[in-house]
Design a protein around this ligand. Structure first.
Ligand code: GRA
Ligand code: FAD
Length: 669
C-alpha cells in the first residue's frame, strides 16, 4: 500500500477554515520561539532514520529493550553534536530535549535513560558539593557513566521514613556499609536499573554508631564500567514486564555489605565528618528536592501526552465520516456530531490549561531553586504544595482524558498502531510515580489545614493560597454575573468552603478525643477533595490571567481564539464541579441553563479551528506515531499498511493450522 502524497481533502479543508495564525499560537503555547526552534531542529536530526514503530510492536521483550537502547544512544549522540553547534560546552539542548515531552516520546516504550537525565544528573549537581559534581556529576552529564535514582523498595515507596536500606558509617575505614537487610528492603522500580545503568544514587537510612540520622543520598557504582557485570555484594536485575513503558527497564537492587567511601554521600546539605560527627541539613526536606523537580516536569510532560491524544482524535474525527445527521444528506465528518465535539474539545482545552499551569509552575521551581542556592528556603512549602496538587490533578485529568479520546475514535482507536495504548500507559504511570496522587493530595490537604489556621490567627498566607483569606471574608458569594472572574471565584469559593468543612471536621474529631493523626486519617476524604479543588482553581485562575494579560503582545485573532478556549475551559470546569459549587453558591435554573448555552455556543465557535489548534501543538508525525493522527490524514491507507505488517500476514498459513487446528477439526467430525 502506498501512502498518497496528498493531504486528505477534509483535513486540507479544515486547515483553510482556521481563523488564526497557527504559527503564532504555536509560539504562544511553547512559551516563545527559542524552545520551539530548538525542538524543530532536533526533530529534523533525530527523526530522519527512526524505524517504523509498527515493527517495534512485534519485537520480543528483550529485542524491544535492545532496540530502544540503540535508538536512545543514536538520539543522544545526535543531540550532543547539535549542542556543540548551538552552544558548545552548554547543556541546554541536551536537557531541554531529553527531559521534555519529546525525549519521552522518542521511543514508544519509554527510555531506560530518562531517569538518568531527569534525576541522576540533577541530584548530583544539586545535592552534591562542587567537588562531588566535578568527580561524579560531570561524568554523568557527559554520559561517561549512566545512572538512576534508587529510592523505592519492594515494601515501601510512599512512606520514605519507612525505607529499610541502611548506610552504616565505619569510622575505622572512613566508609559507609550499605545493606538491604530483608526482601522488603530490596530496591524496586528505578528506571534503567535493570540492565542499563552502571551507577546510581541510593536513598538510604544513615546510621552512625547504630543511631538513625535520617534519609541521605549516596553515590554508588553497581556495575563494572568495562564488563557491565554486577560488582561484589550487588544483586541487580529487571523487575519484569509491566502494562506499558516496556523499554524503561525498571530494576531491582539488593546490597550486602557494599562499602563506599564516606565522600560518596552527597553532602551539599547534610554532612558526615571523618570522626563520625553528623552535620544536619539546614532543612531536612531538601533531600526531597529532586522529586519536586520531577513533579513540576510531569505537569508539562503529561499535558503533552494529553495534547498528543487530542491531536490524534481531532484529526481522525475530521477524516472519519459516519451517520448522516439528516437522513437525506451525506455522512458528515464525525467531528460535526456535537457529542463528538464534547468528547474532544474539553480535552484540548484541558491540555492547554495544564500546559500553561506547568510553565508557571516550572518558573516557580527555577525561582525557588535559585533562592535555595542563596540559603533562602522560605518558598519550599509553597512550591511543594503547588507541585503536589498540579502533578496529581494533571496526571489524573490526562489519564482519563486520553481514555475518553481513545473511545472517541471508535474501533480503530483500539489498534496498537493508533498509539493510544502507549500514550495512556505513559500518562497513567505518572499518577503513581513521583508520589502517588492521593498521597500528594493529602500533603496539600495538610498544608490547607495549616494555612486555614494561619488565616484565622491573622498570619500572612502564601500567595497561591491567599484567595482562601479573601473568600473566607465574604459573608456569601457575590452576585453571580457568570463572567470569567466570577467562574474562577466560584471554584476558589468552593475550594475555600471545602477547606473550611475539612477543617471543622478535623477539629470536631480532635475535640471528640481522636489523636491528630487519627483525626487527619478520617478527614482524608474531605481533605483530598479540598486539595483537588484548590488545584483546579489554580489552573483556572492561571488560564484566566494568561488570556487576559499581555493581550497587546498578541494578534486580535489569537486573542479571540484564546478567549474562546478560556470560555470553554471555565464553563466546563464549573459544570464538572457543579455539585460542590451548588453546595455553597445559590444558582437558579436560569444560571445553569445559561452555562449550558454558553458551552454549546463556544463548542460551535471553536469547531472550525479544532484541527488548526491541534496543528499548533506542533507534534511531529514520529512523535504521534499514530495511523489515525498523521498530519496528512491518510488514515485508511495507514491502517491497511500497518495490518499488512502483522507477522501473521507474512506467510499464507500459520504453523498452528497443521499442528493444532487441522487435527482438532478432524477429530470433531
Ligand atoms: C509523602 C511524603 C511527602 C511524606 O514525607 P514525610 O517527611 O514522611 O512526612 P510529612 O510529615 O508529611 O512531612 C514533613 C514536612 O515536610 C514537608 N514536605 C514533605 N515533602 C516536601 C517536599 N518535597 N518539599 C518541601 N516540603 C516537603 C511537609 O509539608 C511537612 O511540612 P510541615 O512539617 O508540616 O511544615 C514523602 O514520603 C514522599 O514524598 N513520598 C513520595 C515518594 C516519591 O515521590 N517517590 C518517588 C520515587 S522516584 C520516581 O518515582 C521516579 C519516576 C520518574 C520517571 O520514571 O520518569
Ligand atoms: C513506571 C514507574 C517508574 C518508577 N520509577 C521509579 C524510579 O525511577 N525510582 C524510584 O525510586 N521509584 C520509582 N517508581 C516507584 C514509585 O515512585 C512508587 O511506586 C510511588 O512513589 C508509589 O509508592 P508505592 O508503590 O509504595 O505505593 P503505595 O504507597 O503502596 O500505594 C498503594 C495505595 O496505598 C495508598 N496509600 C499509601 N500511603 C498512604 C497514605 N499515607 N495515606 C493514604 N493512602 C495511602 C495509596 O494512595 C495507594 O492507593 C516508579 C514506579 C513506576 C510505576
Amino acid at each position: 500500500m502506498t501512502i498518497p502524497k496528498t493531504v486528505n481533502p477534509d483535513l486540507a479543508n479544515e486547515r483553510k477554515k482556521a481563523t488564526f495564525d497557527v504559527e503564532e499560537f504555536t509560539a504562544f503555547i511553547h512559551d516563545g520561539e527559542s524552545f520551539l526552534q530548538l525542538k524543530r531542529l532536533a526533530e529534523e536530526e533525530l527523526f530522519s532514520d527512526l524505524p517504523d514503530p509498527v515493527e517495534l510492536d512485534y519485537l520480543s521483550y528483550e529485542d524491544y529493550y535492545n532496540r530502544t537502547v540503540e535508538q536512545c544512544v543514536n538520539a543522544i549522540t545526535k543531540v550532543r553534536a547539535m549542542q556543540e553547534r548551538v552552544n558548545p560546552g552548554g547543556l541546554e539542548v541536551y536537557h531541554t530535549l531529553m527531559t521534555g515531552p519529546m525525549g519521552t516520546t522518542l521511543m514508544p516504550g519509554g527510555t531506560p535513560m530518562g531517569v538518568h537525565f531527569l534525576m541522576f544528573t540533577r541530584a548530583l549537581k544539586n545535592q552534591g558539593t562542587p567537588e562531588q559534581y566535578e568527580k561524579f556529576g560531570r561524568r554523568a552529564d557527559n554520559c561517561e557513566i549512566l545512572g538512576t535514582y534508587v529510592q523505592t523498595e519492594l515494601g515501601h515507596g510512599t512512606y520514605l521514613r519507612g525505607l529499610e536500606t541502611r548506610a552504616d558509617y565505619d569510622r575505622q575505614t572512613d566508609e559507609f556499609v550499605l545493606n538491604t537487610p530483608k526482601l522488603t528492603s530490596y530496591k524496586w522500580w528505578p528506571g534503567g536499573l535493570g540492565n542499563t545503568v552502571n551507577h546510581c544514587i541510593v536513598v538510604a537510612q544513615l546510621y552512625i554508631d547504630d543511631e538513625p540520622m535520617g534519609l541521605q543520598l549516596f553515590f554508588l557504582q553497581v556495575r563494572d564500567e568495562q564488563t557491565h557485570k554486577a560488582l561484589p555484594g550487588i544483586d541487580i536485575g529487571d523487575i519484569g514486564k509491566k502494562i506499558g513503558l516496556q523499554a524503561v527497564n525498571n530494576g531491582y537492587l539488593g546490597l550486602t555489605n557494599v562499602r563506599i567511601p564516606r565522600t560518596n554521600m552527597l553532602m551539599k546539605n547534610a554532612k558526615v565528618l571523618p570522626d563520625g560527627t553528623f552535620v544536619k541539613s539546614p532543612v531536612s526536606q531538601l533531600a526531597y528536592f529532586p522529586m519536586v523537580f520531577v513533579r513540576c516536569m510531569i505537569v508539562l510532560v503529561n499535558s503533552g501526552f494529553h495534547a498528543m491524544a487530542a491531536t490524534i482524535a481531532t484529526r481522525y474525527s475530521a477524516v472519519r465520516r459516519q451517520s448522516p445527521i439528516k437522513p437525506d444528506e451525506p455522512e458528515p465528518q464525525v467531528l460535526d456530531h456535537v457529542t463528538q465535539q464534547m468528547k474532544i474539545v474539553p480535552e484540548i482545552v484541558t491540555a492547554i490549561a495544564y500546559r500553561l499551569a506547568g510553565v508557571k509552575l516550572n518558573k516557580m521551581y527555577e525561582e525557588t531553586a535559585s533562592a535555595v542556592g542563596l540559603s533562602d528556603y522560605s518558598r519550599l512549602p509553597e512550591l511543594h504544595a503547588l507541585a503536589c496538587t498540579l502533578k496529581a490533578s494533571c496526571t489524573y485529568d490526562s489519564t482519563f482524558g486520553i481514555e475518553r479520546l481513545r473511545l472517541a475514535c471508535g474501533g480503530h482507536g483500539y489498534l496498537a498502531s493508533a498509539n493510544f495504548g502507549n500514550i495512556f500507559t505513559w500518562a497513567t504511570a505518572a499518577c503513581t510515580y513521583e508520589g502517588e496522587n492521593s498521597v500528594l493530595y493529602l500533603q496539600v490537604g495538610k498544608i490547607l489545614l495549616k494555612t486555614w489556621g494561619d488565616m484565622l490567627s491573622g498570619k500572612p498566607l502564601m500567595p497561591t493560597m491567599a484567595y482562601l483569606g479573601v473568600c473566607a471574608s465574604w459573608h456569601e458569594f457575590p452576585e453571580w454575573t457568570g463572567d470569567w472572574q466570577c467562574l474562577v471565584q466560584a471554584l476558589q469559593y468552593a475550594a475555600t468552603n471545602k477547606t473550611l468543612i475539612a477543617s471543622k471536621s478535623y477539629t470536631r474529631r480532635l475535640e471528640s478525643g481522636l489523636s491528630p493523626p487519627d483525626a487527619f486519617n478520617v478527614t482524608g476524604i474531605e481533605l483530598t477533595q479540598a486539595a483537588e479543588l484548590h488545584g483546579r482553581a489554580f489552573v483556572a485562575n492561571n488560564f484566566f490571567e494568561e488570556v487576559t494579560q499581555n493581550r497587546e503582545n498578541r494578534s486580535a485573532s489569537l486573542n479571540n481564539l484564546l478567549e474562546q478556549l478560556l470560555e470553554l475551559y471555565l464553563v466546563h470546569t464549573v459544570q464538572r464541579h457543579m455539585a460542590d459549587i451548588l453546595r455553597f453558591i445559590h444558582l437558579t435554573d436560569e444560571h445553569l441553563t445559561s452555562l449550558q448555552d454558553r458551552l454549546e455556543t463556544v463548542l460551535a465557535e471553536l469547531r472550525p479551528n479544532l484541527v488548526a489548534i491541534c496543528d499548533g501543538f506542533d507534534f511531529h508525525d514520529k512523535v504521534l506515531s499514530s495511523v489515525l493522527g498523521c498530519y496528512d490524514g491518510n488514515v485508511y491507507e495507514r491502517i491497511f499498511e500497518a495490518a499488512k505488517k502483522s507477522p501473521l500476514n507474512q506467510r499464507d498459513v500459520p504453523a498452528s493450522f497443521a499442528q493444532h487446528l487441522k487435527p482438532f477439526m478432524r477429530s470433531s467430525l
